[in-house]
Design a protein around this ligand. Structure first.
Ligand SMILES: [Zn+2]
Length: 545
């Protein structure tokens, strides 16, 4: 007798096989049988709905949130049953008590969380990476968790404030190596870092990993083993990453490959270089997104433009000094000059027709471009003057990248790409792509027909499981863990984003509801029952890919 039988389901096995109608049985959290006549203590009639393995979200930033919210809202309700945390090097372990404020202040800027949320929310019951992993395991979580050792936290631990100021000495690199190796021994999934100019800490200081020379990154990534994950600045070459892959023999995940309409071939060049490296026997994968990158922002914290070189003088300023800088004509000229030149990777590229006024006393619902034409003013002046008039409270939305569906469709079909970049747990007031998997199934499969249902299911499950060496998950097969998603292919989607005020201290975040999801099971337990059935996936649970 099985514990659970899901009858009459359209099974998508996660490996890309054509869908079949069958029953699936679960016993002790494991898929125990797939077949015709199965009996179980609990029977769910799927009534022809689709059943696939739970989604593996390989790019999240739940490192802080998980200490106060073991449910990891909103990911599980959106079909995610495994979340990989610690991407881009932004972890909160290791961290000495004396450095907590520094680490939180850095995250505030780069992850778009208020300092008060982090101060109120984070439960600092750890100092080292092994202690952090132990805390995750003791407390449980709604979904399975695998964690990176994050470069920026390791660098801060070894170098203190100097981590954001200079290159490391050989002995500092040796100390970092030890911490990374200890974290890996304790079960971390790999090592993550960022060289992206969009990643700045408080006051516009670059995140610590950005001060590292390539030799430091190489030394740490190769010492770590596991998966090496990097969010790449334009100056970091694919060939330098291939070298790490060659020396370590390990997979390298290269983020964030987003399509830029003002430099449309750039992302395809990266994907081609990745594919070429794979032909030479490497395991490189380009982390792409299936969602258009759009962000809400105010000039209080304009993440969208903070990566611009010309914005730098404004970064450390506050209050009136900041406003005066925004009024400054030379400052504005500098931004215009920078935006007029093409860039390899840049969040905002001067596409003013894609910047909309969302909350304002005067121009709600209009684009900056339209207002500029109406008033005969320059678009940058329109945005800054409007914000200055409204004490910087005006809310804008910018459609930044990945909005060209023909191009994104080609990226999705590329043999060296992996669907990724939800950034769940970060940028909480800017955007929310935690429902990326449902978007892939609803938009790219049903609405556009770019992918078949079984291929989309594969991209969300067995493909990332393979890259990260996550064993016995990501497929529907006897002996696999029963992480399951039951949904209606005719309705599945993510709902519109909405604002809720449920962060520590009542602070706001954006969230999304699932559409067409009929059930999510983690290790055989139905999510709707609120149990914390997720496991910490330590290195021992993973085979080497
Ligand atoms: Zn990230």
């Amino acid at each position: 007798m099985h514990d659970l039988v899901i009858r009459n389901a359209l099974l998508l096995d996660g490996r890309g096989s054509p869908p079949v109608h069958a029953n699936l049985a679960v016993k002790d959290g494991i898929i125990s049988a797939i077949g015709k006549s199965l009996t179980g203590r609990e029977v769910v009639d799927a009534d022809g709905l689709a059943l696939m393995p739970g989604i593996i979200d390989n790019h999240t930033h739940y490192d802080a949130q998980i200490t106060w919210d073991r449910q990891l809202a909103p990911s599980p309700a959106l079909g995610v049953t495994t979340a990989i945390i610690g991407n881009c090097g932004f972890t909160i372990a290791p961290c000495r008590p004396a450095d907590r404020e520094l680490v939180m202040r850095n995250l505030t800027q780069v992850e778009g969380m208020s300092l008060e949320v982090l101060r109120t929310g984070i439960r600092w019951e750890f100092e080292s990476v092994p202690q952090y992993l132990g805390m995750l395991e003791r407390g449980g979580a709604a979904v399975n968790i695998a964690a990176f050792v994050g470069h920026s936290a390791v660098r801060t631990y070894v170098m203190g404030e100097a981590a954001t100021e200079r290159v490391a000495t050989d002995s500092e690199i040796a100390s970092m190596k030890e911490i990374v190796v200890d974290g890996m021994k304790a079960g971390a999934i790999g090592f993550s870092t960022s060289t992206s100019p969009a990643h700045n800490g408080e006051g516009g200081k670059p995140m610590p990993s950005r001060l590292a020379e390539m030799s430091e990154i190489q030394a740490l990534a190769e010492a770590a083993g596991g998966v090496f994950m990097l969010t790449k600045g334009g100056h970091t070459s694919i060939s330098s990453l291939e070298e790490i892959a060659r020396n370590s023999g390990r997979p390298v995940v290269i983020a964030a490959l987003l399509h830029n309409s003002t430099n449309p071939d750039s992302v395809f060049k990266d994907l081609r270089a990745i594919e070429d490296a794979n032909r030479r026997g490497r395991k490189l994968v380009g982390a792409i997104s299936c969602c258009p990158l759009s962000m809400d922002f105010t000039l209080h914290s304009p993440y969208v433009i903070e990566g611009l070189e010309s914005w730098k003088p404004a970064l450390p300023l506050k209050g009136e000094a900041f406003k005066n800088k925004l009024r400054d004509r030379d400052f504005r000229e500098g931004i215009r000059a920078e935006l007029s030149k093409p860039a390899h990777f840049r969040l905002f590229n001067g596409e003013w027709s894609k910047v909309e006024v969302v909350e304002s006393k005067r121009f709600e619902g209009k684009t900056i471009d339209a207002i500029a034409r109406e008033t005969g003013k320059d678009p940058l002046d329109v945005m800054l003057d409007l914000a200055l008039d409204e004490d910087l409270d005006t809310v804008f939305n910018a459609m930044l990248l990945n909005s060209d569906e023909e191009a994104v469709g080609r990226m999705l079909k590329h043999p060296s790409s992996m669907v990724s970049l939800s950034d769940a747990g970060a940028h909480l007031t800017f955007f929310n792509d935690a429902g990326f998997g449902l978007h892939l199934l609803g938009h790219w499969v049903r609405r556009l027909g770019v992918l078949s249902l079984e291929e989309a299911a594969r991209k969300l499950t067995s493909q990332p499981a393979g890259v990260f060496g996550i064993e016995r998950r990501g497929a529907l097969a006897p002996g696999y863990h029963a992480d399951l998603l039951l949904f209606d292919p005719a309705k599945v989607d993510r709902g519109p984003k909405r604002r809720v005020h449920d962060l520590p201290g009542g602070h706001p975040r954006l969230t999304t509801d699932a559409i067409g999801v009929h059930g999510v099971w983690v290790n055989g337990a139905r999510l709707e029952q609120g149990k914390l059935r997720g496991k910490l996936l330590r290195a021992g649970d993973r085979k080497s890919p």
